[in-house]
Ligand binder design. Structure first.
Ligand SMILES: [Zn+2]
Length: 413
């Protein structure tokens, strides 16, 4: 009898440490640094396929010491190295428990097999394909075809953004393992949001204030640079976003519009030791890490202007509970190193999401079902969202659907 075993190793309750074991292959192996145990459950397997270069999907790969090969797109490999090096450096700095070493990372990098979209490769009898997921540069959904065909959406976006073409067409599969991050929430139209954002930046500059834009290094920083360049605004750029931009420019075939990014990057002033003091010498815009303000150069910039009511802080992504960004949004307070202070700046948040919203998630499930999927697993969302998406699939499209818990194993025949 034909059987496939699916074991959920992490990422079933909220966002973080994603990992799904399919027989002898693990799909993603992410890290959740905010948790006491940052790793997913142990993956006993020989192969790995990694969907994209975000910490919660690739951050624990150096700990996969037993695998013989790790498949991913070329930009994902470079992002993985950037994030893992930063993780090692931060652990050293804060004297945290080391979770893997530079040696582990070097060994993992040597096992990477770069593959492009729609370029099938074989793991045993299983034919595997990476499909553009539209989430960030180089991001993929993963199709594993064998006796039973499995589609793993990973983080997916069917809407075009400045950096990535939306995911276009979903393939035939028997089983769909899909994300539910934004189930129940629709995003505002992108162009409207971009317009509002640019107007807000301009207004602050005109009033002789400064604008601080904390951004995730990978993908979000580059989107923001392009948005600013299109409106004739020249920002300063500091932090890990510089390196991430260089990585993307090194893989132009994966970026939606590499020349727009190159122009936007050239338009930005990179902050270095010499010009750091000049950043606030006149009204200016600074794009910097970390996106949730739990560290990074953004803290030093905030220290200088948090008392200035003319200046503005613009958040550009989701702020996870327990982060500085969340505290600013909820209480108007921020931790600047040891002190928690009241922030006097205007604070705004824009939902430049790189995930499908409710409407697009439902369309994806329908499309997969039309093409033959009869069983779904919903993961990568708060528990109630995973469960609600599964319930919707059962009720609205009549397929079997489950919201698994971490550690659950399903044998499918
Ligand atoms: Zn992601």
């Amino acid at each position: 009898m034909i059987k496939i075993k699916i074991r959920f190793l992490g990422g079933c309750d909220g966002i973080g440490k994603s990992a799904v074991l399919l027989d002898n292959t693990v799909l993603d192996y992410g890290l959740q640094t905010s948790k006491e145990d940052p790793f997913p459950l142990k993956a006993d397997c020989d192969h790995a396929i990694i969907s994209h270069g975000h910490l919660d999907h690739c951050g624990a790969v150096p700990a996969l010491k037993g695998v013989s090969d790790i498949y991913m797109t070329a930009p994902t490999g470079d992002f993985m190295r950037l994030l893992a090096e930063d993780t090692i450096r931060l652990n050293e700095k804060w004297k945290n428990r080391m979770i893997y070493s530079m040696e582990d990372l070097t060994m993992a990098m040597a096992k990477i097999r770069n593959v492009s979209y729609e370029e099938p490769f074989f793991i045993g009898d299983q034919r595997c394909t990476l499909i553009n997921a539209g989430h960030i540069v180089g991001s993929s959904s993963i199709l594993v075809e064998g006796d039973i065909d499995i589609f793993y959406s990973s983080d997916v976006n069917t809407i075009d953004t400045k950096m990535a073409e939306g995911a276009k067409d979903f393939p035939h599969a028997d089983v769909g393992i899909v994300e539910s991050t934004y189930f129940g929430t629709n995003h505002s139209p992108r162009e409207e949001l971009e317009e509002k954002f640019a107007d807000s930046v301009k207004e602050t500059i005109e009033k002789r204030g400064n604008v601080i834009i904390p951004c995730f290094a990978i993908n979000r920083t580059q989107e923001i640079l392009i948005m600013l360049e299109e409106k004739g605004i020249s920002p300063f750029l500091d932090g890990m976003g510089v390196e991430a931009t260089k990585i993307i420019l090194g893989h132009p075939e994966f970026a939606k519009d590499p020349s727009a990014l190159k122009k936007a990057f050239d338009n930005a002033t990179l902050v270095n030791r010499k010009n750091r003091r000049e950043v606030f010498s006149e009204p200016s815009v600074i794009v910097t890490t970390a996106g949730m303000m739990n560290g990074g150069p953004v803290i030093n910039y905030l220290k200088k202007i948090y008392k200035d009511p003319k200046s503005k802080l613009i958040l550009t992504g989701y702020q996870v509970e327990g982060t500085n960004g969340r505290m600013v949004m909820e209480k108007g307070l921020i931790r600047l190193n040891k002190d928690i202070v009241k922030i006097e700046n205007d604070v705004e948040q824009y939902d430049f999401s790189s995930h499908s919203g409710d409407k697009e998630l439902k369309e994806m499930a329908k499309d997969l079902s039309d093409k033959g999927a009869t069983l779904f697993f919903t993961i990568h969302g708060e528990r109630e969202k995973n469960e609600a998406f599964s319930a919707w699939i059962r009720e609205e499209i009549g397929c079997d659907a489950n919201a698994p818990n971490t550690g659950d194993t399903y044998t499918i025949s």
